[in-house]
Design a protein around this ligand. Structure first.
Ligand code: ZN
Length: 423
């Protein structure tokens, strides 16, 4: 028997959310690393332009696609509410799995069995996927098996679009000024880089880029990239006696001396941070190791970075003819301290989720979101669920029922913000 929606409202929104999602998922919006412009790929502009047309059709005002590939739009308040609340999602999909030629498949009234997809031999097995096993009776969307689905984050895009379409069609429902923002290149860590917070004009915002119903995330890692470069002495091996200093060996020593039984992504969980070498390149003359360091606590993050630096310099000091440089590049801060200054933003979201009949789930994210950077830029932006799962893989799937719940939460957020007294 098909599952019930979390509310009548969600049931009303479901068809539109799905229709939009299927349309957006088919557009190839994969981003690429080491971009030379924004957005990194032209396919993202195809979807951004489509969204501009649809936002105008729905009746939003000030709809713009700016030079960097950001869409901004406004749905004015209905009753002079002083609040201005933003909703943000990213249009790009991950470079980590094939993203072209997505052909989504809708599996109505999921019966709890293994889902064999037609291409690539991809199987979604509820025995390995407890979350999927919990969605019996839901309508499920998957890819055809040889691409990702793009629920990350086109589910978020579709939910915001369906919610503002609903609100625009129901001017009798009180709402604050709603600001909509669609961003490029989130998956390569650049989603917030060129986001124009002043132009956006919201006092606070929500990204819809989470997963399981109820999720509200107001705490992320603080992240820094650390790049260690060893300069050795390269010389023809025939004349190398007593002269060669091999930079690759120095890099190897550094890696061997850093802890591997703790302080790594694979040995930590919950609130523990880590050091993670993720890229190494070079030759005997010069070797570069790129690390990410992560922690929820900025003091501990500084300790992780200091550890890399200390060991890197120790290794170099043992070989006086070598040189080492250690460069730190802050990536994003834990959003918590910024969101804490504006507790209303989380409080209203929790009430909106409860109003949809879902228990809020607050867990720190072991990663960053666009909201981490936006929060530090003065736009407190926690993250909400979307109903998508198994991101960045060909097994990616989403529940239509949960996507409808997310869209309904956006509609409820508008209603609750309209009731909020002025700050
Ligand atoms: Zn995402």
């Amino acid at each position: 028997m098909p599952s019930a929606y979390t509310s009548e409202l969600a049931g009303e929104l479901a068809a539109d959310v799905l229709d939009r999602f299927l349309r957006y998922a088919r557009v190839d919006t994969q981003s690429v690393r080491d971009r030379t412009g924004s957005p990194s790929t032209p396919g993202q502009l195809d979807l951004l332009r489509m969204l501009v047309g649809e936002l105008q059709e729905i009746g939003l005002s000030d709809v713009v696609l700016d030079d960097n590939g950001y869409v901004y739009a406004t749905l004015p308040a209905t009753d002079g509410s002083p609040h201005s609340v933003g909703f943000i999602a990213h249009v790009d999909v991950s470079p980590d799995a094939p993203g072209a030629g997505v052909e989504p498949i809708v599996h109505r009234d999921y019966d709890g069995s293994r889902v064999e997809l037609p291409r690539g031999g991809t199987v979604l097995d509820p025995a390995d996927m407890p979350v999927l096993a919990g969605k019996v009776g839901h309508d499920i969307v998957t890819s055809s098996g040889d691409t990702l689905l793009g629920a990350d984050d086109k589910a978020g895009v579709a939910e915001i679009m369906a919610a503002v379409a609903y609100l625009a069609a129901h001017p009798e429902l009180p709402r604050p000024t709603l600001k909509v923002g669609f961003t490029p290149d989130e998956e390569i860590g650049e989603g917030a880089t060129l986001f124009d917070v002043a132009r956006f004009g919201a006092a606070c915002a929500y990204t819809l880029d989470g997963s399981q119903p109820g999720e509200i995330q107001d705490e992320t890692f603080s992240g820094t990239e650390v790049v260690v470069t060893y300069q050795g002495v390269d010389i023809h091996t025939g004349w190398a006696t007593g002269k060669l200093v091999n930079a690759i060996r120095l890099a190897g020593r550094l890696l061997a001396r850093l802890p591997s039984d703790r302080l790594t992504p694979e040995t930590t969980s919950d609130r523990e941070g880590f050091i993670h070498p993720y890229d190494i390149s070079g030759d005997a003359g010069r070797a570069e190791i790129r690390f990410i360091a992560r922690d929820f606590d900025d003091g501990l993050l500084a300790e992780h970075i200091a550890l890399i630096r200390r060991v890197a310099e120790e290794v170099a000091a043992e070989e006086p003819r070598s040189r080492v440089s250690v460069e730190e590049r802050p990536q994003y801060p834990n959003m918590r301290r910024f969101v804490d200054e504006f507790p209303q933003v989380v409080d209203v979201a929790e009430r909106a989720i409860r109003a949809e009949g879902i228990e809020p789930v607050k867990e720190p994210i072991r990663g960053g979101t666009d909201g981490s950077v936006l929060s530090s830029k003065g736009l407190p932006t926690p993250n909400l669920f979307t109903g998508g799962h198994e991101y960045h893989s060909v097994r990616e799937w989403a529940s239509v029922h949960d996507m409808a719940s997310a869209a309904a939460v956006v509609v409820r957020l508008a209603g609750l913000w309209a009731e909020e007294p002025a700050a």
